[in-house]
Write a protein of this length. Structure first.
Length: 333
């Protein structure tokens, strides 16, 4: 049978269209196969958080079969409560705040230590002449109500014999703390060395910084937490943590690109300050006990030390087996 020229042309057009459509259909089908999950970190863009957006831009979670929606939060205390109520699949929180939650019966657990050296500090304008913790006596220090700083500050104060000697002021947010300091309404604030410190310095404030880890309160910092029910889905945890770890490592190799990913979402943020915040985070990823271990792996000794400090100074009601706080089982070796 002979095929007419017209039929050949129409057949060719149909084939061309099919070549164009098939990849789109395959892409759509692949996207539908991705498992949708939510990841809520404990605050608005700060520190190493650009790595989350970079991981998403690079498709690192998609390669693991996950469609991750990144959400911001309102402090570690709120984050722990939300995770305890199974509102999100993954979250971040100050581990000291999480530990107190676990002791109170909130069903959460740490699975990936991000900032293992705590970035929390008291930041106070140099004009006040505060160079040691003892110099804080009689000063006012602001914290974020419901935040990790409110939970952890008592440990620093007690460790330095400052309990009752510093006026603690609770404010609604990190932004409110910065404004209160800039307006002279408080003498100092509890600040992260990888967040408010660079922001205040960018505003022209010369600071003296007393880091908790250097002054009697070497606590664990911020990490990934989950509801304990999620432990039953080990495959999901491993996939999420692989994407996260690869994203953080990629950000360390190309900080400029990582910041660029974050600024697509937070267009109002200044690149230079965001970069300084992220670079200040990188030295905090390991303690001496986790040197040489995979990113996110936490040491039992660090958990035991943190628990002892919180029990002695920070309002932790009782000590428990620290294995109830964390696991390294889902971190790629």
């Amino acid at each position: 049978m002979k095929i007419g020229t017209g039929h050949i042309k129409r057949y060719g057009v149909w084939l061309s269209a099919l070549v164009l459509v098939l990849p789109l259909l395959a892409s759509t089908a692949w996207a539908q196969d991705l498992r949708k999950i939510t990841f809520r970190y404990s605050w608005i863009l700060y520190g190493h958080a650009p790595a989350y957006y970079y991981a998403k831009d690079l498709g690192l979670w998609e390669k693991e079969g996950l469609d991750v929606t990144i959400l911001t939060g309102k402090g570690s205390g709120t984050s722990v409560k939300l995770m305890g109520a199974e509102q999100d699949h993954f979250g971040t929180a100050d581990y000291g705040t999480m530990m107190k939650g676990v002791v109170r019966g909130i069903p959460v657990k740490g699975v990936f230590g991000e900032l293992q050296v705590h970035p929390m500090s008291v930041a106070i304008p140099a004009k006040h002449g505060v160079k040691t913790p003892a110099d804080l006596a009689g000063k006012s220090v602001a914290v974020t109500a419901g935040g990790g700083d409110q939970a952890v500050l008592p440990a620093f104060l007690s460790a330095n014999n400052l309990k009752g000697k510093v006026r603690v002021v609770q404010l609604s947010s990190g932004g409110a703390k910065r404004e209160a300091l800039l307006q002279g309404k408080v003498d100092g604030i509890v600040a992260y060395v990888n967040e408010q410190v660079p922001q205040l310095e960018a505003a022209g404030v010369k600071l003296n910084v007393l880091r908790f880890a250097d002054h009697g309160a070497p606590l664990l910092g911020v990490g990934i937490i989950i509801n304990t029910k999620t432990l039953e889905d080990g495959d999901l945890i491993r996939k999420f943590l692989r994407g996260l770890s690869n994203g953080i490592q990629a950000a360390m190799k190309d900080p400029d690109a990582a910041v660029g990913s974050a600024l697509k979402v937070f267009k109002e943020r200044k690149r230079d300050t965001t970069m300084k915040e992220m670079l200040a985070s990188f030295p905090l990823f390991h303690t001496k006990n986790t040197a040489g271990k995979p990113l996110g792996w936490t040491a039992r000794a660090d958990w035991e030390n943190a628990q002892e400090i919180l029990f002695k100074y920070g309002g932790l009601k009782k000590k428990i087996d620290v294995s109830r706080y964390y696991t390294n089982d889902f971190i790629s070796q």
